[in-house]
Design a protein around this ligand. Structure first.
Ligand SMILES: [Zn+2]
Length: 55
């Protein structure tokens, strides 16, 4: 899987579950762009922190 930001880096994918919500964290090894997605699609980091805080 290639990075959508720099289109060169390879993506590291980590799946986890926070408060019953399944989250996927993707990070580019080259430009360090980071994205979070849930079943609903892309979510901002603030959303992830909100879930974590509510736990
Ligand atoms: Zn990248």
């Amino acid at each position: 899987m290639r990075c959508s930001s720099c289109s060169r880096g390879s993506i590291i994918e980590i799946r986890m579950e926070i408060a019953g919500e399944e989250l996927t964290f993707r990070r580019c090894g080259r430009c360090e762009s980071q994205t979070w997605t849930t079943a609903d699609g892309h979510v901002p980091l603030s959303h992830v922190l909100e879930i974590a805080r509510a736990t």
